[in-house]
Design a protein around this ligand. Structure first.
Ligand code: HH2
Length: 290
């Protein structure tokens, strides 16, 4: 909640670009590099502050891919987006847990590493982050994508996720990463029941109190379909995505990771104005006329 007299808080939209055959909501749609580049440009035109390019799905039960295959998917897309990037200043992120993929993506122009294993998946990753100075998102996940949704249990999901994120932040800093490089993410849907996801969203302020920007990704996830009377396919979950994104922003989230950038951005601009703040991300909002 914005308190009168407090400086307005910035919020950024991270657009999702999955260059995979098997992502849960858009698998196979952007596997061809030129199609993916065009979609990335659309996300930037719609107001994405960050474009998150991923070459391996993390959905429950997803097949692991080799570093070579993952890089072959993401590198041409990152290069294409960098070559055609306009003055929007959008940042290119790589969604990977592999140090070699991250390092090559940084060389191709990415400046943000989104690691869903929070530097646990590849021992070399922390060095890549420290040496490059890139922004890095550390996400909570219970188990791994193959096992994470098998009866996940916590005593208190919020305090356990908070301790985990604090520990990963401390580890990164010990290994030479600057605290300012790090963003944290509760990992909605990664080893969590519907109730766990809702508790994390409702008590997001407890994670915000760690003091690093919080990333939240609810976009099209299956728990949204479990909360509504109408059954829905992933691409039909925009309303639930916007509701949870706005609530997460109100509770202090700094980056919302979404598939549908234009509506998310619009919802967040309105939410920011309603809460008495203003849009402070990289590109300015339209001037209000009425
Ligand atoms: N969710 C997904 C993937 N990466 N990264 C962060 N930081 N936070 C998230 O919530 C998150 C993430 C899953 O969504 P998606 O990329 O659409 O699907 P898939 O993993 O099947 O490609």
């Amino acid at each position: 909640m914005s308190i009168p007299g407090e400086p307005p808080r910035g919020v950024r939209v991270m657009g999702i670009l999955n260059v995979t055959p098997d992502s849960f909501s858009d698998g196979g749609r952007f596997l061809e590099p030129q199609t993916a580049i065009e979609h990335g440009r659309e996300l930037i035109a719609e107001g994405a502050d960050i474009v998150d390019v991923g070459g391996e799905s993390t959905r429950p039960g997803a097949r692991e891919v080799s570093a070579r295959e993952e890089l072959a998917r993401v590198r041409p897309v990152i290069e294409g987006l960098m070559a055609e990037r306009d003055e929007s200043g959008a940042v290119i992120s790589v969604d990977t847990s592999k140090a070699s993929v991250a390092a090559a993506a940084l060389r191709a122009g990415a400046s943000f590493i989104n690691d869903v294993t929070a530097l646990r998946g590849d021992a070399q990753m922390v060095g890549v982050v420290a040496d490059s100075g890139a922004q890095c998102c550390l996400m909570h996940m219970l188990g791994d994508p193959r096992t994470m949704q098998r009866d996940p249990r916590y005593e208190d999901v919020v305090s356990e996720v908070k301790s985990f994120l604090e520990e990963r932040l401390a580890f990164a800093v010990r290994e030479g990463v600057r605290e300012q490089q790090v963003l944290l993410d509760p990992g909605i849907g990664f080893g969590k029941t519907v109730a766990h996801n809702l508790a994390l969203l409702a008590r997001l302020d407890e994670l915000v109190s760690i003091g690093r920007p919080i990333v939240v990704g609810t976009s099209r996830k299956s728990f949204l379909a479990r909360l509504t009377t109408r059954p829905s396919e992933p691409h039909e979950r925009l309303a639930g995505t916007l509701a949870t994104s706005v609530l997460a922003f109100e509770r202090g989230a700094s980056v919302l990771r979404v598939h549908d950038v234009a509506p998310a951005r619009e919802a967040l601009e309105v939410a920011a104005a309603t809460l008495g703040g203003r849009w402070t991300a990289s590109s300015p909002p339209k001037t209000p006329t009425s």
